[in-house]
Design a protein around this ligand. Structure first.
Ligand code: PLP
Length: 395
């Protein structure tokens, strides 16, 4: 008999994926260039040339057995060393290779982090608006994801609701800054207060409440925005990083877990990741990709297009009468829809070939997400469709 829980998931397919599939199908009818597809967070700028050059060089000069052999279960030692050194240089925390575990993207890193610190039935708290894939990521471990309602004023943390929900059952708190879908970056006061509460409650409950920090957008921060290092605030932080967005490498599935050197049992936790891998199959990310990213740790794709697009869209949305928190990073914006039901709103937008994702699955009904990882030229052309949509439907 097939397992029911996976069968049940078939009817709860990701709204983002569904809209993206719609955009592709519509593109076949009218040309994809005419579909203003803001559905999927797939980077729109190429990987830096240096990465490709390093790959070509390695393929031309290194032993195939080294490039294509199994990686050690915790990741290639020299790669872990390079990442630790880079983190220490950037953030001033004494990372060593013993604190780094190579994983297949942020998804792979999170899969290990959840299993490190929760047993089935334990709770993990996260904050709306949140990345909807957190549900399958957590639910399938047996832990329970609970979502703290949003702070609609600025999409920082709703501390009142958080403190109410932070019961003894909570073993980990999951944050994502810069945030998908809001684009908001958690401020120093937010992270400070969060850390203070976690310290106090860990003490009161007699167990550590871990902070799992999902950071695939760490490098995409806009001018003048302060983006503090989460691990700096709280010792028991498990950073989950991905090169998917910063290097435009989502297809290569590469990232890492970095346990704060000050975290109790940090080295044991990294060794445990190697054991978790044995069960979940997220093991040994491709050797050649590990070796290549280690050579470009200070590089990113040309991320400037995202800020350009954000500025264009933010201005236009305000001009059209939308309420919107200005993103500090990522390639997402999360305005309030012009009617209560964002699903109806986004359905109407499709008539104008605008593909907007309703905020319900992000834990913020009444809002919608735009992933503006698209060419600026297309963003500009989409403005006319936006004006027509708003005037016709809500004018
Ligand atoms: N976390 C967030 C907030 C994301 O937006 C994504 C991807 O879009 C992921 C995790 C998964 O990232 P990866 O592709 O590196 O597994």
């Amino acid at each position: 008999m097939l397992v029911q829980k996976y069968k049940d998931m078939l009817s709860g397919k990701s709204v983002i994926r569904q809209l993206s599939e719609f955009a592709t199908a519509r593109g076949q009818e009218i040309g994809y260039e005419n579909v203003f597809d803001y559905s999927l967070g797939n980077p729109s700028v190429p990987v830096p040339r240096e990465f490709t050059d390093r790959m070509i060089h390695m393929l031309a000069t290194k032993e195939p057995l080294e490039l294509h052999g199994y990686s050690p279960s915790l990741g290639i030692t020299s790669v872990r060393e390079a990442i630790a050194e880079n983190l220490e240089k950037r953030f001033g925390l004494p990372y060593r290779k013993e604190h780094i575990f190579m994983a297949s993207g942020a998804a792979g890193a999170l899969a290990h982090a959840f299993r490190l610190v929760t047993e089935p039935g334990d709770e993990i708290l996260t904050f709306a608006p949140f990345f909807p894939e957190y549900h399958p990521y957590v639910d399938l471990t047996g832990a329970v994801l609970k979502v703290v309602p949003p702070n609609l004023e600025n999409f920082q943390i709703n501390f009142e609701a958080f403190e109410e929900m932070l019961t003894e059952k909570v073993k980990a708190v999951l944050i994502n800054t810069p945030n998908n879908p809001s684009g908001v970056v958690y401020s120093t006061p937010t992270l400070q207060r969060l850390a203070d509460i976690l310290r106090e409650k860990s003490k009161e409950y007699g167990h550590i409440i871990y902070l799992i920090s999902d950071e695939p957008y760490r490098e995409i921060v806009f001018e003048g925005v302060d983006s503090p290092c989460v691990s700096y605030f709280y010792d028991n932080t498990i950073m989950c990083y991905s090169f998917s967005k910063s290097l435009s490498l989502p297809g290569e599935r590469i990232g890492y877990v970095a346990v704060n050197p000050a975290c109790e049992d940090a080295e044991t936790m990294i060794n445990m990741c190697g054991q978790i891998s044995r069960g979940i199959g997220h093991n040994c990310p491709p050797s050649i990709i590990q070796l290549a990213v280690a050579q470009v740790l200070d590089k990113t794709a040309d991320l400037s297009v995202y800020e350009t697009n954000m500025n264009i869209l933010y201005k236009e949305l305000l001009d059209l009468g939308f309420t919107c928190v200005k993103p500090g990073g990522t390639f997402y914006i999360f305005p309030k829809a012009l009617e209560e039901d964002a699903k109806v709103f986004s359905q109407k937008a499709l008539k104008y070939d605008l593909v907007l994702v309703p905020g319900d699955s992000f834990g913020a009904p009444g809002y919608f997400r735009m992933a503006y990882c698209v060419d600026t030229e297309k963003v500009e052309r989409s403005l006319e469709a936006f004006r027509k949509f708003v005037k016709t439907e809500y004018g």
